[in-house]
Ligand binder design. Structure first.
Ligand SMILES: Cc1ncc(COP(=O)(O)O)c(C=O)c1O
Length: 382
């Protein structure tokens, strides 16, 4: 019998203690998945064609470690607001999707014992990466009116090194408003706090809600790093391309970690990403509109139909559903859902704020949403 190498065992222990992915074991393939954050759409054709062309033209060699210069230029032109001082090539790093951008930022900047503030609940990758880096997690919540609890953040910020914001939020669908950004930037400046803004769902907002990127907040520019990905907005989850934009110093730190774990990103896929930025805005907008329709469909399938409650999300593509506590913790209820033929995400994966919550994705097609919601509600009939 082989014993596990101590280094691998340490990572395994973090993964085992992690909040991610635990209740969703194999189901034999028959379950409908409302669990995964993946658009059902094919990648826009112009993106696929750009990759094929890049390969045909011989772009099969290593790319520059920090990103193909043409993609870096396109990111600066299309994704960074003209008013932002973060407009130099040294402010950009192309990453292996959002996951590597976030992990590299955390591993490149957080030392053992550093305190990092994350929302409770939030995307669970942050907690795993902070633990790997040896950092300490402190959670903050929201006020009863739904706004960020800036008073709590202010208190915690005094002893923290970094705050991570996910907006539009996975799992809650909330967005950070301009006034909240303004106050956050004052707190960050006063407490010398680094700000990591995860904008994986940038622009996926509904009903005319304004998406304010951290890049558009003048007071943050000297302490900011923003993580984005092509995965969600352009239906490119399998392509594994994302990017960071931040101060040259923070980007250089993240780049050191990224180079160590990942190396340069797939060259041809970087040319596909240029096509996404330059030519796929129409397709991205059509997908956003369809997500809005699917949100309405899921809301109509669940509203007043069972003992569940939720707020209608302003962005991303998830419904964050609360159910009566007597049904048991979210891991138990997610397992019951799976037994009834629908996969959902247990809320506990996102923090203690999700103990009696489940996350349902409306990124799948309409048929899956309708049948998935029917199976979901059946769990609460017993
Ligand atoms: C908030 C958030 N950030 C980052 C990611 C990771 O994105 P990628 O698939 O590009 O690694 C996800 C994926 O679900 C996410 O929800």
């Amino acid at each position: 019998m082989t014993t596990m190498n101590p280094a691998a065992a340490r990572i395994e222990e973090i993964r085992t203690n992690s909040l991610r992915g635990s209740a969703l074991s194999a189901d034999g393939g028959s379950a409908i998945s409302l669990a995964i954050g993946e658009p059902s759409f094919a990648t826009p054709e112009c993106v696929v064609e750009a990759q094929a062309q890049a390969l045909a033209e011989g772009m099969t060699h290593y790319a520059v470690q920090t990103g193909a210069p043409d993609l870096v230029k396109a990111i600066l032109a299309h994704a960074v607001p003209p008013s932002s001082p973060l407009c130099d090539t040294r402010n950009v790093l192309v990453t292996h999707g959002g996951t590597a951008g976030l992990s590299s930022t955390i591993l490149g900047l957080i030392d053992p014992g550093d305190v990092v503030l994350i929302e409770n609940p939030t995307y669970s990758l942050y907690a795993d990466a902070i633990r790997l880096a040896g950092g300490t997690i402190r959670g903050f919540g929201r006020r009863p009116d739904g706004g960020l609890d800036l008073g709590e953040i202010r208190k915690l910020a005094v002893s923290a090194k970094m705050i991570i914001l996910c907006q539009p939020s996975n799992p809650m669908g909330t967005v950070v408003g301009a006034e909240e950004w303004q106050e956050l930037s004052e707190i960050a400046g006063a407490c010398d706090l680094l700000v990591l803004s995860d904008e994986a769902y940038d622009g996926i907002v509904f009903d005319g809600c304004e998406f304010v990127s951290a890049l558009a907040v003048p007071g943050l520019a000297d302490r900011l790093i923003v993580s984005r990905t092509f995965s969600k907005k352009y239906a490119m989850t399998g392509w594994r391309v994302g990017y960071l934009v931040g101060t040259a110093e923070l980007v250089a730190a993240a780049s050191t970690a990224h180079r160590t774990f990942n190396g340069a990103v797939n060259t041809a896929n970087q040319y596909a990403a240029i096509a996404a930025l330059e030519r796929a805005a129409g397709e991205a907008e059509a997908m956003r509109r369809e997500f809005q329709e699917r949100r309405a469909l899921m809301v109509s399938c669940l509203r007043d139909k069972g003992p569940v409650d939720f707020s209608v999300p302003s962005g991303a593509f998830y419904l964050w559903v609360k159910y009566p506590e007597h049904f048991g913790p979210s891991q138990t209820v997610a397992a019951k859902c799976l037994a009834s033929g629908v996969r959902v995400r247990p809320g506990s994966e996102f923090g203690t704020g999700g103990t009696y919550r489940l996350r349902l994705s409306f990124a799948p097609d309409r048929e899956s949403i309708v049948e998935g919601c029917r199976r979901f509600l059946s769990v609460f009939e017993t």
